[in-house]
Design a protein around this ligand. Structure first.
Ligand SMILES: C[S@@+](CC[C@H](N)C(=O)[O-])C[C@H]1O[C@@H](n2cnc3c(N)ncnc32)[C@H](O)[C@@H]1O
Length: 427
């Protein structure tokens, strides 16, 4: 079924995709079919079902690094398998931890991404070339723990011996610099970054907030007082090796081969995606992305410790999340315009929006007009729902009050026929 979407002419490809979604019942329920109506636009078909489930086909273990507001790999995979072929370019302009890009590379596609958060590149790039556990162990044995005088304030999180090891690793990475780091260095850095702080003995720190939101020094003092805790000593190298094993658990030799093949043409960019000037026109076959939402996001407060470890000044990171809908729509329209430019004729855009403000704002209604303004043709809306209630066809209005966990994806297409382009995507 999936192949039909790839080989058919644009209009037929869309019809066959709609047909597949309408008839979908892989998890025992038929799709609900409705419409999304936006002022001054033709109605767009909406398909609601459980289209993927993390239980059915677990995503690769390689994805298991924590990042705020990431989506599950099943989401990009659903579109990658249906709308792209190996060797084609896949984009995520809000790449986050790199879920779309890692999944694309695991499937033999070429990953291109950009994110305003410099930590995003650190997270994504390292997992494209996973080293073996033996190489990680050998490199750890070579890295000295000499990291200079202990940063006293950080002793609220770490035992002195643990902190000494963390500072040794940090100094090593900063002295190597981005240009001189190899795949093993990058891997150790991303694993260490993910083990820095958290709420179990699997992290370097004493009990604290979840790993992607660091407490302040002051806040951690309070947590320690309340819990009457003192940071215990942790074996940093052993924890890095343990997490390495977890991340590599399901990675096969064939997947390693695909990742390595994707790496030379991969692009991981840092910056504001309102401009994708680093990327050429007309190359991207599919973009799968989820934007920053409407909540105010204090980057420096949340990421200060991860930034410290990577030598990044968190105050210098300019992520300004628009707090009102008009500014959000401006951001999205501009990014979608750039995505349109870099898309090939017939290329797709799958734009996921979550449930915002307890469902009082349905962002798909706002994304669609932004996409049309940027040149995209609306194709359909797909709602992946974990649970169902008796309500049917015209759900749009009350969907979010039903306690379901949904991904809402607006699918759009660039007009034109890819067959007329000639020549394959670069790989
Ligand atoms: C919802 S998260 C994306 C998560 C991603 N789908 C994943 O699975 O990891 C949104 C991302 O947009 C990034 N971002 C916010 N504003 C941006 C902008 N103007 N340009 C590029 N990236 C931006 C944030 O840093 C964040 O990583």
């Amino acid at each position: 079924m999936a192949d039909r979407h790839l080989t058919a002419a644009p209009q037929e490809a869309l019809s066959s995709l709609r047909e597949e979604l309408g008839a979908f019942d892989a998890f025992g329920r038929p799709s609900e079919i409705g419409e999304l109506r936006c002022p001054e636009l033709p109605a767009v078909p909406v398909f609601r079902n459980q289209f993927w489930t993390s239980l059915q086909r677990r995503g690769s273990s390689l994805h298991e690094v924590s990042y705020l507001a990431c989506f599950k790999p099943e989401l990009p995979r659903f579109f990658l398998e249906r709308l792209t072929e190996p060797g084609q370019v896949v984009l995520d302009p809000f790449m986050g931890r790199g879920t779309t890009l890692i999944e694309a590379a695991l499937l033999g596609r070429v990953p291109w991404g950009k994110d305003a958060n410099p930590l995003s590149r650190v997270m994504a790039e390292a997992r494209l070339l996973p080293p073996t556990e033996e190489r990680v162990a050998a490199r750890l044995a070579e890295i000295s723990s000499a990291g200079g005088a202990l940063e006293e304030e950080l002793l609220v999180f770490f035992h002195p011996l643990t902190l000494a090891r963390i500072q040794g690793l940090r100094r090593y990475f900063l002295e190597r610099g981005e240009e001189n780091m190899d795949a093993v260095d990058r891997w150790i850095r991303v694993v260490a970054l993910n083990r820095l702080t958290g709420h179990s003995a699997g992290f370097f720190s004493v009990y604290t907030m979840p790993p992607n939101q660091a407490a302040s020094i002051h806040g951690q003092r309070r947590i320690n007082r309340r819990r009457q805790q003192v940071p215990p000593e942790r074996d940093v190298d052993a924890l890095i090796l343990r997490k390495t094993r977890t991340l590599l658990k399901t990675v096969t030799a064939e997947q390693r081969r695909r990742l390595a093949a994707a790496a030379p043409a991969a692009r991981f960019l840092t910056g504001d995606s309102r401009s994708l000037r680093e990327l050429p026109d007309g190359q991207v076959s599919l973009a799968v992305t989820s934007p920053p939402f409407l909540n105010v996001y204090d980057y420096a407060r949340i990421n200060w410790l991860r930034c410290w470890f990577c030598g990044i000044d968190p105050d210098g990171v300019g992520i300004s999340t628009p707090s009102g809908l008009p500014a959000w729509r401006d951001l999205i329209t501009t990014v979608l315009r750039e995505c349109f430019r870099v898309a090939r004729p017939g290329g797709w855009m799958a734009f996921e929006v979550g449930e915002v403000r307890k469902g009082s704002v349905r962002l798909e209604e706002h994304v669609l007009p932004c996409g049309v303004e940027a040149g995209w043709e609306p194709a359909l809306v797909l709602i992946n729902a974990q649970e169902f209630t008796k309500t049917s066809v015209c759900w749009g209005v009350d969907n979010n009050s039903r306690g379901t966990n949904t991904n809402r994806v607006v699918l759009m297409r660039k007009p034109g026929n890819p067959a007329r382009l000639g020549g394959p995507d670069p790989s």
